[in-house]
Design a protein around this ligand. Sequence first.
Ligand code: GLP
Length: 250
Amino acid sequence: MRVYLSEDYKSMSRRAANIISAQVITKPDCVLGLATGGTPVGTYQQLVEWYKKGDLSFAETKSVNLDEYLGLSPRHEQSYRYFMQSNLFDHIDIKPENTHVLNGLAKSPVAECAAYNQLIRDLGGIDLQLLGMGHNGHIAFNEPGDNFGLETHVVNLTESTIEANKRFFERREDVPRQALSMGIKNIMNARRILIVVSGEEKADIVYRAFRGPVTPDVPASVLQLHPDVTLVGDRAALSKLVEAGEPVCG
Ligand code: GLP
């Protein structure tokens, strides 16, 4: 694993965007695995800025998103499809038909998940998977205790995830209780992984994920077993790793 320490959120976002743009420049028709949550927003803003300057094109790039709330329409402001449109897709030249987000309104969620696994295979797999990390160590919506062998599946969200994500909704009761999510297996099959973390409230879980035992209790800990992981974080989120002597690049 390579660890890049940035002083603050802005430079962390820039670093992550640099890694994604290097992927897109060296393989324009690559498959990007994309993530939602607060952490990658700055990364997407940076990519949009470089696109607008003419430094970057996504015209041949394909994307698959990690997850979606079950029961939310793509037009719902808190759906992950809406998030991706407003934070990235609407501002760059990626072709709409090349962007893929699970359908939260699918009549058969199980069939939707199976079709998504097939789609990822048909695209030839994911070249670079961007990840954030939940406060309980979840990646995508793979919650503590979830089986590492699963592909895309229906997830019951934990109370702690509902609590963490309620900030995006008007009321806590509005947060969906279930989601569709790529499984750990899909994520681990990506050729490269880029994980972004920010803020001191992530410092403990980052330490447990990368210095603790590999265990389903901390889903992100499975990344220790992946051969090509880059962790990009700000000083606050990486503080415990650094204290523990993890070698970092500046
Ligand atoms: C959601 C998403 C995850 C994301 C997590 C952390 O639960 N499903 O993919 O990593 O939020 O979000 P944040 O970056 O806002 O802490």
